[in-house]
Design a protein around this ligand. Structure first.
Ligand code: 5AD
Ligand code: FES
Length: 347
């Protein structure tokens, strides 16, 4: 099959085999890429119109017990500045967010044992008590089945846990031996079974990654059928062993966004901060390639700089209101409007 035929197949059958996906990633020409982009943008517009969903991101802790080789807040990074938000700080970030129009709050952090089930459930319950019309999304890494169940019962609606890479051997080159690919995948399946709207996702251009790995990521998403998929370029952090690895390619990330959109027409697909970090208009380009979500930062300003997963992260100097304004303007500049709709997944 030639690339045009593969694009048509992605449109009509919402899938393609591994070899075709690898071929697409390796050999797409500029013209073919533009066709793919248009199809992906049309697919998104047919479902979401020119509406872009917003999620208020609250980075609750820079402590992490994990040691992922690529990440700036890995536990062995002595230079990382550690902070954690109190329950009051988290809830007041939601208060500010609600007033600005946010109806989804994403509580994200390193794997920080301080946030026991008891503490975390209390926070979730308080947010849901104050704002029953809002969705609470958690992004707290791998937790036990019991813990995830308790958080669900406390009222959490969604959970983000990127699989990072669908190649087990690749996963093992990016993580220390105590981390397990199988547990990652099992946790994702469990999240879905419990009832969470679940987000998986992967980095583009992470060290040692091949086109075959990326094809496997696409097929993994197709098989798992998560409601959300977060992808962004790998960006090196100067305190990690991957400091000299170049960041992931803008073009490859955009192509993957488009392919993901065609393979999963209803999926919620953010134009991520990492994409905005490697290109001044990266998030706009992401939307034009089929993404339909942006995640402005709602974290208290004094800690922004310290949630440093990779170098040169954008939005570390801005207030929540400024980020929202900035994104409103950016979306408007490409003919899209931010909506305050909760933005749940629909088949
Ligand atoms: N570059 C890009 N993304 C990163 N993440 C962690 N470190 C980096 C990095 N150096 C992503 C991971 C994680 C998410 C919270 O941030 O995919 O799941
Ligand atoms: Fe944060 Fe633009 S989105 S400053």
């Amino acid at each position: 099959m030639n690339n045009i035929e593969i694009i048509r197949q992605l449109e009509t059958e919402q899938t393609a085999d591994r070899a075709s996906l690898v071929q697409l990633l390796d050999t797409l020409t500029q013209d073919e890429e533009e066709l793919l982009r248009q199809r992906a943008q049309q697919t998104a517009q047919a479902r979401f119109g020119s509406k872009i969903y917003i999620r208020g991101l609250i980075e609750i802790s820079s402590y992490c017990k994990n040691d992922c080789f690529y990440c700036g807040i890995r536990r062995s990074n002595r230079n990382a500045v550690r902070y954690r938000l109190s329950a009051e700080q988290i809830v007041s970030s939601c208060d500010r967010g609600y007033a600005l129009g946010f109806r989804t709050f994403v509580l994200q952090g390193g794997e920080d044992p301080y946030y026991t089930d008891e503490r975390m459930c209390a926070v979730v319950r308080e947010i849901k008590r104050r704002y029953p019309d809002c969705a609470v999304t958690l992004s707290l890494g791998e937790r036990s089945a019991e813990s995830l169940q308790r958080l669900w019962e406390a009222g959490a609606d969604r959970y983000l846990l990127r699989h990072e890479t669908a190649g087990k051997a690749h996963y093992e080159r990016l993580h220390p031996p105590e981390m397990s690919y199988d547990n990652r995948v099992a946790t994702l399946r469990l999240l879905k079974r419990i009832g969470y709207q679940t987000g998986a996702g992967f980095m583009v251009g992470s060290p040692y990654q091949t086109a075959e790995n990326l094809a496997d990521d696409l097929l993994f998403i197709k098989d798992l059928r998560p409601q959300m998929c977060g992808i962004g370029p790998f960006v090196p952090h100067s305190d990690t062993c991957f400091r000299d690895v170049p960041h992931g390619s803008l073009r490859t990330t955009l192509i993957l966004l488009s392919v993901l959109r065609l393979m999963n027409p209803n999926i919620l697909l953010p134009a991520t901060t990492a994409l905005g970090t490697i290109d001044a208009r990266g998030r706009e380009k992401g939307i034009l390639h089929g993404a339909n979500v942006v995640m402005p930062n709602l974290s208290p300003q004094e800690h922004r700089r310290d949630y440093s997963l990779y170098d040169n992260k954008i939005c570390t100097g801005e207030e929540a209101a400024e980020c929202l304004q900035c994104l409103k303007m950016r979306m408007r500049s490409i003919g899209y409007e931010i909506t305050t709709d909760r933005g749940d997944y629909h088949e």
